[in-house]
Design a protein around this ligand. Structure first.
Ligand code: DAH
Length: 336
C-alpha cells in the first residue's frame, strides 16, 4: 500500500464514521480501523517495507488521529440528537428563520391611510376611469373652453376625443350624475399631465379627491373636517388654515395649508421657515357643477377638495425627489 492509497482509505474511513447511523455502528468502525486486531496495526506492520518510512509514518499518524477525532465527534453528535429527541421534536429555543417580506409602495400606503381616515368620517371610496372625456374632466367641472389647463401643454389628448384625466375631480362629475344627494366620497387615483419630469414634477402622479354634498354643507364643515384630517394624518398638534384661491369648480375656492408637523409651526427646513405646508385645493362646489350633474343648485350645497399624494409622500416621508418614487429601487422604497 502506498501513501496515495492510504490517503484514499483515510477519506473513506472518515466518510463512513460521519454517516454512521448510531453509536453501535460508530463503535464497530472504531474497532474495524483502530482496534487491536484492526487495520491500523496491520498497516503499521507494513511500515518497515515502505519506500519513504518517514512520510508513511506521518500518513499513518494522520489516519489514526483523524479517524479517532471523527469517531468521538460522531458519538457526541448522536448523543446530542438522542437527548434533543427525548426533550421533544422541536427545540423551541432555536431562533426562527428570517424570510424577506414585501412592503407596500409609499403611494399605496398613503392611498390606504388617507382613504381610511375619510372612511372613518363617513366617506365612501369611489373609483373612475383614467381615460376620460373632455366632458367629465373639464366641461362638467365648469372649466371654460379656453382655460389654460385644457391646453395640449397640460393635457394628454388621445385619438377619438378622449384624454388622460388631469385630475381626480372628474370622478365628482361622474358620481353625482349617477347618485342622488347626499354624497360623501373620496377618490384616490392616477392623474396625467404633460409636465417635464424634475425633482417635484412627474407626468404621471396620484391625487385623492373628496366630495361632500348635502343640505346646508358649509365652509365651516370644510374647515372642521380638514382640521380633523390634519390631526389624523400628521399628528394631534397639526391644524389647517385657508388661503383664498381660484378653481373653476368651486366658489369660494381655497388652498389648504397644514401647520408644520416637524417644527410645530416655528419654522424649519421642511416648511421652508414659514411654519405652514401647502397640502391641497378645496372650496364650495360651484352651482354650475351641480347643474351639470343634474342636481338642484338651490337645494344642495357641498364642499370638494383634492390633493397630490406624491407631494404628501415627500412631506411625510422626507423624500427629496419625486423620481425616487418611480425608480423602483426596492432597497430605497423598503425604508418607508
Ligand atoms: N383638481 C385640483 C388640482 O388638480 C385640486 C382641487 C381643488 C380639487 C379644489 C377639488 C377642489 O375638488 O375643490 O389642482
Amino acid at each position: 500500500m502506498d501513501i496515495h492509497e492510504l490517503e484514499q482509505r483515510t477519506q473513506q474511513a472518515l466518510d463512513e464514521v460521519q454517516s454512521a447511523p448510531d453509536a453501535a455502528a460508530v463503535e464497530a468502525l472504531r474497532v474495524h480501523y483502530l482496534g487491536r486486531n484492526g487495520l491500523l496495526p496491520q498497516w503499521m506492520g507494513l511500515l518497515k517495507e515502505a519506500a519513504d518510512k518517514r512520510a508513511m509514518g506521518q500518513a499513518l499518524n494522520r489516519f489514526k488521529t483523524g479517524v479517532l477525532a471523527a469517531v468521538n465527534a460522531r458519538k457526541d453528535a448522536l448523543a446530542a440528537e438522542a437527548k434533543a429527541a427525548q426533550a421533544g421534536a422541536f427545540d423551541l429555543s432555536l431562533p426562527g428563520r428570517w424570510t424577506r417580506r414585501g412592503r407596500l409602495h409609499p403611494i399605496t400606503q398613503l392611498i390606504d391611510r388617507t382613504s381610511a381616515i375619510f372612511r372613518r368620517m363617513g366617506f365612501t371610496v369611489a373609483d373612475g376611469p383614467d381615460i376620460e372625456t373632455e366632458h367629465y374632466n373639464f366641461d362638467a367641472l365648469n372649466t371654460p373652453a379656453d382655460h389654460a389647463a385644457r391646453d395640449t401643454q397640460d393635457t394628454f389628448y388621445l385619438p377619438g376625443g378622449n384624454l388622460l384625466r388631469t385630475q381626480t375631480s372628474a370622478v365628482q362629475a361622474r358620481w353625482m350624475e349617477a347618485h342622488k344627494p347626499p354624497v360623501r366620497i373620496v377618490c384616490p387615483g392616477r392623474c396625467y399631465r404633460r409636465d417635464t419630469t424634475d425633482a417635484t414634477h412627474s407626468a404621471n402622479f396620484h391625487q385623492i379627491e373628496g366630495l361632500y354634498v348635502d343640505r346646508r354643507v358649509s365652509l365651516a364643515d370644510l374647515k372642521s373636517d380638514m382640521d380633523h384630517f390634519a390631526r389624523e394624518l400628521m399628528g394631534s398638534g397639526v391644524k389647517s388654515r385657508f388661503r383664498a384661491h381660484f378653481f373653476p369648480f368651486t366658489e369660494p375656492s381655497v388652498e389648504v395649508d397644514f401647520s408644520c408637523h416637524m417644527c410645530g409651526g416655528k419654522g424649519c427646513r421642511v416648511c421652508k421657515g414659514s411654519g405652514w405646508i401647502e397640502i391641497m385645493g378645496a372650496g364650495m362646489v360651484d352651482p354650475n357643477v351641480f347643474a351639470a350633474a343634474g342636481y338642484e343648485p338651490d337645494t344642495v350645497t357641498g364642499y370638494a377638495f383634492g390633493m397630490g399624494l406624491e407631494r404628501l409622500a415627500m412631506i411625510l416621508f422626507g423624500i427629496d425627489d419625486i423620481r425616487r418614487l418611480y425608480e423602483n429601487d426596492a432597497r430605497y422604497l423598503a425604508q418607508f
